[in-house]
Design a protein around this ligand. Structure first.
Ligand SMILES: *Cc1c(COP(=O)(O)O)cnc(C)c1O
Length: 382
């Protein structure tokens, strides 16, 4: 099946009682054990509503099995802890989602796990590896600067050393990038973003091989970050339109990146689809679309960033991303607020940086909204 068909049909549950098209929402948390061997239980990650979503995402990501969680962070933290413990060493990219970065700096010492942050390149990641390294965690494109790393290069390096690789594929979504096909072991998503797609649910998923999914599920049963049946259903429904949504969002983002790059009020645009962006050449080889996230900096001498944000009529200043509606935020005040100003500076997240999550609206309307807000925010030169 092709991706669009997988979105609709993969994992489908046949409901024999009525012949209905959709998966029923199975609300039970207690199941008969006398007549079956492995009765479902939500925290055992084996209910029907969890399973149909896992199967669909596995099809989309070319993975064998996976575990669905109640948040992206539950997926990421459980996946890491399933493969790294006390005395082990983990290499992570410097430019990681702020929450993952905070988990590492807050909790790893307590857990006895050593770690090294590396820059966004195979060479830097390889140099950070030691003989105690058990896990390498990457993200591409990164949040919020859209850095791109050679995914196959990292996978090959780690595989040769017996190290487990984890990628956060949230920004690309499986519509634009399938890391398991490039040799990555575990693909993690914050399903809160593109998979949910309507800014109304919170979930996460980790998909991988059958063996590794078993290892993650084992740890997950202890940590317990399971997703309820109602949200599983909402997510299953959302996934049916994932390809449609992401394709429109990606096309819109390309047009907005071009518009912003040509604007005299904009000093910098970060989008892997722009030829002048450093990661463009690698992105071309590993992404089928460049995604719908982009960041940019306004020229502080020409426009007020604050007035710009307040003058937008259509584009909503909001945290999170991946919804059908276009949203904008300043990462220094949202996703990366827990990071110290020095750390933010080191990874290039300036206070003026704005991150755009492009939705499915008409691109003309979005560009018009930005144009109007830029005019409102223009500082008088006199
Ligand atoms: C939001 C996000 C997460 C965390 O997901 P939650 O669902 O909020 O726990 C992880 N990685 C990336 C790239 C994200 O954008």
């Amino acid at each position: 099946m092709h991706t669009d068909t997988q979105c609709v049909h993969s994992g489908s549950y046949f409901e024999a009682t009525t012949g209905g098209i959709n998966t029923p929402i199975f609300t039970s948390s207690a199941y008969d054990y006398l007549n079956r061997e492995d009765p479902p239980y939500p925290r055992y990650f084996n209910t029907v509503n969890q399973d149909v979503v896992v199967k669909k995402v596995c099809a989309l990501e070319a993975a064998e099995d996976g575990v669905l969680f109640s948040s992206g962070m539950a997926a990421m933290s459980t996946a890491i802890l399933a493969f790294a413990g006390s005395g082990d060493h983990v290499v992570l990219m410097d430019e990681l989602y702020g929450g993952t970065h905070a988990f590492v700096t807050d909790a790893f010492e307590h857990l006895g796990i050593d770690y090294t942050f590396a820059q966004t390149s195979v060479a830097a990641i390889t140099a950070a590896v030691t003989d105690r390294t058990r896990v390498v965690v990457i993200e591409s494109p990164t949040n919020p600067l859209l850095g791109v790393v050679d995914i196959a290069g990292v996978a090959e390096m780690a595989r040769a050393r017996g190290i487990t690789t984890i990628i956060d594929n949230t920004f690309a979504s499986p519509i634009n990038q399938k890391p398991a096909t490039m040799g990555i072991d575990i693909v993690v998503h914050s399903g809160t973003k593109y998979m949910g797609g309507h800014s109304d649910l919170c979930c996460g998923i980790a998909v991988t091989t059958g063996d590794k999914a078993q290892t993650i599920r084992h740890m997950a049963r202890h940590l317990g970050g399971s997703l309820n049946a109602m949200t599983c259903y909402l997510l299953e429904r959302s996934l049916k339109t994932l390809a449609l949504r992401v394709r429109q969002q990606t096309a819109n983002a390309g047009r907005m990146a071009a518009f912003l790059a040509a604007s005299p009020a904009v000093t910098e645009v970060f989008y892997p689809g722009l030829e002048e962006t450093p990661g463009h050449a690698i992105a071309r080889t590993q992404m089928t679309g460049f995604g719908a996230m982009l960041s940019f900096e306004l020229d502080a001498a020409k426009v007020s960033t604050d007035t710009f944000l307040r003058s937008l009529a259509l584009i909503r200043p909001a945290v999170s991303l991946g919804g059908v509606e276009t949203t904008i935020c300043a990462p220094a005040k949202t996703s990366h607020v827990k990071m110290s100003p020095e750390e933010r500076k080191r990874i290039g997240v300036n206070d003026e940086l704005l991150r755009l999550s492009v939705g499915i609206e008409d691109a003309e309307d979005l560009i018009g909204d930005i144009q109007g807000a830029l005019e409102q925010a223009t500082l008088s030169s006199g």
